[in-house]
Design a protein around this ligand. Structure first.
Ligand code: ARG
Length: 461
């Protein structure tokens, strides 16, 4: 017969069924929080000593023993046990082997419920800091592209149909805006999650005279959580992280999609370097944008994690339920996927080559300066915009019928549609003039792009 659990088995005559153990154990994944678990326990032990709840010598033994456990785990010599369920009990059991009796005093005034909530907050907080650094790197890469190509005309699209010429730099900085908002969303989530659950114990708090402010401060939290029931049953922090991660992943997938499109033979807007592409085993000419495609696909995991955790949490009564153990794998997986996606995107953006000529050619095709023509009619001939729109439409139809672009129409052809047109119109039909004219704040003009890029440099410094 299997022995009952050494941590909580007092009232149990026999140990768990093998399947019970398999469904119950979280050590297979929560070992990733070993460092946070030990950090939390060390802070708790120091507080127990400072408040006189355990002796200084016991606390000292515990704190040092925990460092030994950490070095065993990080050195790869620690033997994890599924019978001990989770990281919390694995660490404590090993601590007992190392320091003996004092180990049994560590769990005074706490529960695994506040312990796991603390560990997990620390872990997510650490990931936010890592991802923030990666996002800063991606922003830097986008700004570099924008600086290099601040005045390179490129086809701008709506409905993926050529719309108006824009500049390469302007397009790059559009993504800088998105990823900066992602940083700020993660920072918001971080600020809200930075409260310490320790001391909530199982759900009701503890009768020991603990000092919650002390542990909160030692662990870098702004303050202790105010309500013990909420402290152990809240997973909003993980959900906010997953929501922010989902939005960021969505942004990454949009840029990834553009890289896939731009690197086709039809577009040739960018060349992805060999380092970020793969070949085909049958078609020797191929250079496939696999990193961009996989990045586009990784998003599925991150959205999935968000929905999965929302579903786990929905309808749970207060306070802790074991359902909540299912929070971690989702968050770990999403964080890993986002980290990898950010690293891949940063590498590609840093090393991709923007191809000036194909971008310019595309910008000049598809009557992309039709709006400039309409604006010219308003400005120079005083036409109401609606009428100018109509006249321009007729000119586009004429060019289309002739199989040419707007600048290829003769002045006589144009005057046939509206007699007031003179040869001043040709100046606005060129893509360089078109982009240079869009000087309004936030517009695509090279001056604006340079000014924005300089602002980004300042913010990133
Ligand atoms: N492994 C558990 C989890 O991840 C730790 C908390 C266990 N608490 C309990 N009351 N059984 O949620």
């Amino acid at each position: 017969m299997k022995q009952s659990n050494q941590m909580w088995g007092g009232r149990f005559a026999e140990g768990p069924d093998a399947v019970m153990e398999a469904i119950n154990a979280s050590i297979g994944f929560d070992r990733r929080m070993a460092r946070e678990d030990i950090e939390g326990s060390r802070a708790h032990a120091a507080m127990l000593a400072a408040t006189g709840i355990v002796s200084d010598s016991d606390a000292q033994a515990i704190r040092e023993g925990l460092l030994t456990v950490l070095s065993e785990i990080e050195g790869g010599t620690f033997e994890f046990s599924a019978a001990l369920e989770d990281i919390h009990m694995n660490v404590e059991a090993r601590l007992k082997e190392i320091v003996g009796e004092p180990a049994g005093r560590l769990h005074t005034g706490r529960s695994r419920n506040d312990q796991v909530a603390t560990d997990f907050r620390l872990w997510v907080r650490g990931r936010i800091d890592l991802l923030d650094g990666l996002l800063a790197g991606l922003l830097g890469a986008l700004v570099s592209q924008a600086e290099a190509g601040a005045d390179w005309p490129m086809a701008g699209f709506t409905h993926l149909q050529v719309a108006q010429p824009v500049t390469w730099g302007h397009h790059m900085l559009a993504y800088a805006e998105m990823f900066a908002r992602d940083r700020s969303r993660l920072a918001d989530a971080r600020a809200r999650m930075n409260e310490c659950p320790l001391g909530a114990a199982a759900l009701a708090g503890t009768s020991f005279p603990i000092d919650r402010a002390m542990t909160a401060e030692a662990l870098g939290f702004d303050r202790p959580c105010a309500n013990s029931l909420d402290a152990v049953s809240d997973r909003d922090f993980a959900l906010e992280f997953l929501s922010a991660a989902s939005i960021c992943a969505m942004h990454l997938s949009r840029l990834a999609e553009e890289l896939v499109i731009w690197s086709t033979a039809q577009f040739r807007f960018v060349t992805l370097p060999d380092r970020w592409t793969t070949g085909s085993s049958i078609m020797p000419q191929k250079r496939n944008p696999d990193a961009a495609e996989l990045l586009r696909a990784k998003v599925g995991r991150i959205f999935g994690a968000n929905v999965a955790l929302l579903t786990v949490m929905k309808g749970l009564p207060l306070a802790y339920s074991k359902d909540m153990q299912e929070d971690k794998e989702q968050v770990f997986d999403a964080a890993d996927a986002l980290e990898l996606a950010l690293r891949a995107m940063t590498g590609m953006v840093r090393e991709m080559e923007a191809n000036r000529e194909p971008m310019r050619e595309a910008a000049a095709r598809g009557f992309s300066t039709a709006t400039d023509l309409a604006d010219w009619l308003v400005r120079e001939l005083g036409l109401p915009f609606r009428e100018a729109h109509h006249v321009t439409g007729a000119l586009v139809a004429m060019a289309e019928a002739k199989g040419c672009d707007l600048p290829d129409l003769s002045l006589a052809d144009m005057q046939g549609v509206h007699e007031g047109i003179d040869d001043g119109v040709f100046a606005v039909l060129g893509v360089e003039n078109s982009v240079a004219s869009r000087r309004c704040l936030g517009g695509t003009a090279p001056d604006q792009v340079r000014a924005q890029a300089a602002l980004w440099r300042e913010r990133l410094a």
